[in-house]
Each structure stands twice: as structure tokens, then as C-alpha cells.
Design a binder for this molecule. Structure first.
Ligand SMILES: Cc1cc2nc3c(=O)[nH]c(=O)nc-3n(C[C@H](O)[C@H](O)[C@H](O)COP(=O)(O)OP(=O)(O)OC[C@H]3O[C@@H](n4cnc5c(N)ncnc54)[C@H](O)[C@@H]3O)c2cc1C
Length: 404
């Protein structure tokens, strides 16, 4: 392992091969240079893990540099990199606080789904623009009356000749306002799991209406999507008719570990640790209780990073259960991030509540993180639901409804 202060290198809890180390070094250099470009000026980290930034120009630049969806096989135009290399790149993006949410659904959900379930024609049509970062995607799963209980969705696709007509409403859909495609689950058959199908819907199709939603953080990152009799050709159905449930579960299993961003949280922890001795209005460095609490978060972050790299190596070796490992990572990382925001704002006192003011400690990142924290345990599946899945899948306990 390489040692260098608070840098990511020192924290890497895994030995790298020469190829992996070279890939990391090249990516790191490219990203650092890009970080200096003027279009990224003034980009403030919005939460300790900084997952929320959407910058389509950056997504496109990543695509041009071959740094988007890097595990995509070379045979279909991808970089053919390992999951470990993807994890190294993701950690570096988080550490440098670069915006990844814009292309996240394309990278982690739609490209892998097309590779597994798409026809050759669908892959040929959509993979190039997705890999190039030109076409961003949004996940359109949640509906006003259906969140955790996804199987109850009511948006429908009805037969129209050899195509389809979509009717219904989705909401809380991140990125939809800049997306070219909506990765959508709809009902094509009767009630229950077996009547659901997946569609890749053009966001500019006639009858698609997208309205932005403002969160308590002030960010307008989520949307409401209305499908008002949207006509689609047969090529927009991805995977088997009425076979969408398994694809949607595979999608969220791949989404969760990617949303864990311990390297970004580590950076915020490092900044807080550097700020504490200076202390703002409260002499935090003199409080003997502060240092051990920060040290404990440091230990938990190190464990989380170890899990992340171990999971990537397991995926490369074909050993991982993406669902169980992904849930473990997501729940663990979310908790650490929320705790850091909570601890940080309480340590910083009233100044910790400032956001865009010049006096705001750490440029307001902990204040914003505090407001964003409740969303961490909702997006990608709520913590309560995920812990129940872990209890049954991981520990072999009876399902919640059978536990009485
Ligand atoms: C930041 C963020 C980004 C999001 N991005 C997207 C997106 O891009 N695309 C998209 O489609 N959706 C997105 N969502 C929506 C997200 O998937 C839903 O919020 C989530 O599925 C929970 O659904 P709900 O909000 O309706 O809450 P509910 O499902 O109504 O849950 C409310 C509460 O009840 C608990 N609960 C519900 N059922 C059970 C149970 N069986 N056992 C124990 N507890 C239970 C939950 O844990 C939760 O605490 C996003 C949400 C957030 C916060």
C-alpha cells in the first residue's frame, strides 16, 4: 500500500496489481485536470458523500475519455475494465467531489440491463450514446401511491397494434429533467410480480410530461413524470413481456452498492478533523470527547471501504451475491454519512447551520448533508426494508410477515 497523508492512496485497503495501479493513476490525473476546467467552477459539494451533483457536460467528458461504465466489455464498445477498477474510479470521483448523478442510472442500471436482457438491435441502437455520456437516463419506478411496495404499481402499458400505449404517473425520479431515456417499470398484465415489464421510454416522446420537484435541501433533482397516452414501438420493451420484475430487482441490486460513497465521506471527515482545532466559535479541539468520536467514524469508514473493495473483487471472481453485499454496503455507508452530518453540525454549533455564507464551516457541506440525510435511507430502498431483506437473505431468518 502507498502512504500519503489523507489521500485515498493511503486508505486503499487492498493491494493493487500493476494494471490496476496504472489505471487509477491515469484516471486520477485526468480527473484532477478536469476538476480545474471552468465549467466545473463553483460546483459545491452538496453532501458529505457528494452523490447529488448533475452536470451533463461532465458526464459527456467522462464518456469521451472512456471512463463511463468501464466494466462494459470491449466487444460492445466498452473499456472492459474490472469491477475493482470501477470501484477505484468511483472512489476517486467521490474524493474529488465530481458530479456523477447525471449518468448514474445509465452507468449502473441501463447499460448492465441492456447487456443482460437487451436484443442485439437494442444494444446496437442505445449502447454507443449511453457509453459516450451523451444520453443520460432516469429511473422511473416509484409512483405517488407506491414506493417500497413496487409490485403494486399501476402505470400501465396497453397493446396498440404491435406497439404500446403508456398511461400513468411516476414521481421522485432523480435526473429525469435532463434524461434522454426513462428506465421504466409498468404493468402489462394482471396484478402481482408476473404482470410487470421494463421499457426504455424516450423522455421527449409525445405525451411525456416532466415536472421538477423541489426538496427541503433547495435542490431540484427529483421529478414527477406523467405518461399521458405515450405511444411506443415494440423495440422499447426490454426483456421478456411480463418478465420485468426480475430485471427491476437486478437493477436496484446494482444501483445500491454504487450509491455507497465512503471516499467522499472520508474527505468530509478529513476536512472536519482539520477544522476542529481551529474551532470556529466553539473551541472544539479542547473538548476531549470530540477526537474519539471522529476516530470512531474513521474506523467505520475504513471498514466500509474494505467491504467495497472486497465486494468488487468478489464480483470479478464471480463470487458475490450482489443483492446481499450491495445492501450491506449501502446501509452501512448511509449510516456513516448521516452520522457524520449529524455529529458535524452539532460539533460546529450555530455556525454549522450556515450554508452559502462566507463564514460557513466547510463551505456548508455538513449543513446540506444534514438536510439530505433522511433521503439517504429512502432512495434505492428504505433502510427498514433492506434490513429485513438482509435478515432473511443474509441470516436465513423467516420473512418479516412470517415472524409475527
Ligand atoms: C434521494 C432520493 C432519490 C430517489 N430517486 C428515485 C429515482 O431516481 N427513481 C425512482 O423511481 N424513485 C426514486 N426515489 C424514491 C424511492 O425509491 C422511494 O422513496 C422509496 O422506494 C420508498 O418509497 P416511499 O417514499 O413511498 O416510502 P414508503 O414505501 O411509503 O415507506 C415509508 C416508511 O415506511 C417504511 N416501510 C414501508 N414498508 C415497510 C415494511 N414492509 N416493513 C418495514 N417498514 C416499512 C419504510 O421503511 C419508510 O420508513 C428516490 C427517493 C429519494 C429519497
Amino acid at each position: 500500500m502507498v502512504a500519503s497523508g489523507w489521500s485515498l492512496e493511503r486508505e486503499l485497503p487492498t493491494e493493487l496489481t500493476v494494471t490496476e495501479a496504472e489505471f487509477l493513476e491515469r484516471s486520477r490525473t485526468w480527473l484532477a485536470a478536469e476538476r480545474e476546467m471552468s465549467y466545473l467552477d463553483g460546483l459545491a459539494a452538496r453532501s458529505p458523500g457528494e452523490f447529488f451533483g448533475i452536470e451533463p457536460r461532465f458526464s459527456r467528458r467522462l464518456g469521451e475519455a472512456g471512463l463511463l461504465a468501464v466494466t462494459t466489455p470491449a466487444a460492445v464498445g466498452g473499456a472492459g475494465r474490472s469491477h475493482l477498477e470501477q470501484a477505484l474510479l468511483a472512489a476517486e470521483l467521490a474524493w474529488q467531489r465530481l458530479p456523477v448523478l447525471g449518468h448514474f442510472v445509465a452507468e449502473r442500471e441501463v447499460i448492465p440491463a441492456l447487456l443482460r436482457h437487451g436484443t442485439a438491435a437494442q444494444q446496437e441502437r442505445w449502447l454507443p450514446e449511453l457509453l459516450a455520456g451523451e444520453a443520460l437516463c432516469a429511473q422511473a419506478f416509484t409512483e405517488p401511491d407506491t414506493g417500497s411496495d413496487l409490485v403494486s404499481i399501476s402505470t400501465r402499458a396497453e397493446r396498440d397494434g404491435n406497439g404500446w400505449v403508456l398511461k400513468g404517473e411516476k414521481w421522485l425520479n432523480s435526473v429525469a429533467h435532463v434524461a434522454r431515456h426513462l428506465w421504466t417499470i409498468v404493468r402489462t398484465g394482471g396484478p402481482g410480480h408476473r404482470g410487470l415489464s421494463m421499457f426504455l421510454v424516450p423522455a421527449d416522446a409525445h405525451g411525456v410530461r416532466i415536472e421538477r420537484l423541489r426538496e427541503m435541501t433547495g435542490i431540484e433533482r427529483m421529478n414527477r413524470i406523467v405518461f399521458d397516452s405515450v405511444r411506443l414501438g415494440p423495440e422499447h420493451l426490454v426483456g421478456p413481456l411480463d418478465g420485468g420484475w426480475a430485471i427491476s430487482m437486478d437493477t436496484v441490486a446494482r444501483e445500491r452498492p454504487g450509491a455507497a460513497r465512503p471516499a467522499g465521506v472520508r474527505r468530509t471527515l478529513a476536512e472536519l478533523a482539520a477544522y476542529v482545532p481551529a474551532g470556529g466559535s466553539a473551541p472544539l479541539g479542547e473538548d476531549p470527547a470530540v477526537a474519539p468520536r471522529l476516530a470512531e467514524l474513521d474506523i467505520r469508514l475504513a471498514a466500509c471501504e474494505m467491504l467495497q473493495y472486497a465486494y468488487a473483487r468478489d464480483l470479478d471472481a464471480g463470487r458475490a451475491d450482489p443483492d446481499v453485499a450491495g445492501i450491506t454496503l449501502k446501509v452501512y455507508a448511509d449510516r456513516i454519512e448521516a452520522e457524520l452530518a449529524d455529529l458535524g453540525t452539532s460539533l460546529l454549533g450555530v455556525e454549522g447551520l450556515l450554508d452559502a455564507e462566507p463564514e460557513a464551516p466547510l463551505a456548508g457541506i455538513l449543513a446540506r448533508g444534514h438536510l439530505a440525510a433522511p433521503g439517504l435511507s429512502l432512495g434505492g430502498g428504505t433502510t427498514e426494508i433492506l434490513l429485513n431483506v438482509l435478515a432473511t437473505r443474509g441470516l436465513g431468518l423467516p420473512r418479516a410477515k412470517d415472524r409475527g
